[in-house]
Design a protein around this ligand. Sequence first.
Ligand code: NCD
Length: 330
Amino acid sequence: MRHVLSARQFDRSHLEDLFALAQDMEGLTKRRSLPDSTGPDGIVILFYQPSTRTRSSFRHAANCLRIPVWYETEDASVFSSAVKGESLEDTIRMFCNYPYVKAIVLRHPEDLSAQTAAGVADPFGIGIINGGNGTIEHPTQALLDLDTIRRNTTKELGQVQLVVANDIEFSRTIRSLLIMLSINYQPPEIGICAPEGINLPVDVQEELDGHGVGIRVFRDLAEAARWADFLYMTRPQIEYAARGIEDPEEKKAAIAARKELFRDFRLTQEILDSLDDDCSCKVMHPMPIDRRDFNEIAPEASHHPRCIYYSQAQNGLYIRMALLRKLFDN
Ligand code: NCD
């Protein structure tokens, strides 16, 4: 596999290989042993949208494996020549001519960005790793999400009761997770918990249908949590709700309206405390949690034993180490 563009690319044996390798990678870091350098081939990290976890974990993973990171942007939409009007195609092509670039980890707000970049990089033999393309996909997040589920249950992945909650319409992490899960493990049902009128994108619904995965609808987080083995929370994806709006006042209003829509879909300490001891629900979140003025998970609930999103983020490091190891061993 040269490019990692979509959750659809991974089959079960692929996934199980990566999960096992991620566990080895964890062991490697726990032994505090860095492997020998495998030579000058390395990566470029090119992010046109904000990121904390995805970017830092790719960088950290590369450092742990002694794979050079030849270039990394703070935010390419602000600090690269994109500001001067350069196209993504030109930037990618330019990096493809630099020596020792084996893969480019890309995050970009446009839906078609990862495919476009792969089209440019492919003839050069250089891989594109999709770190998030608009509202479409975030395949490496799906890898770490599934690995986290696997690590936190005794059930087979196909038996796990997963509820995805809050912004199921625009969250690319939910899209990739549901695609990866349904293609490979075909759970009988997944749960969705969102306001009336907010639905999964049609193509994701079709994907679930095609794999015989039913949808159970919840309008109440407490009820969803009682059913779920894993409750996957997300924040309102305000950047997409306000996409294309130039006027600052209109933009502010669109963001406020999006948050208002999800007002009743915030997980409180009270909900968590109301769950019986025999309820298996663990709370996941790709993070960031919107702590500015929304708090889809109450701050005090973050210490609750059911909340596993800090270790979920940590698993992101190991799975990205595993992924880089595989790509660089090829
Ligand atoms: C997510 C993303 O960028 O889609 N963040 C992440 O990579 N962990 C989720 C989000 O921004 O809401």
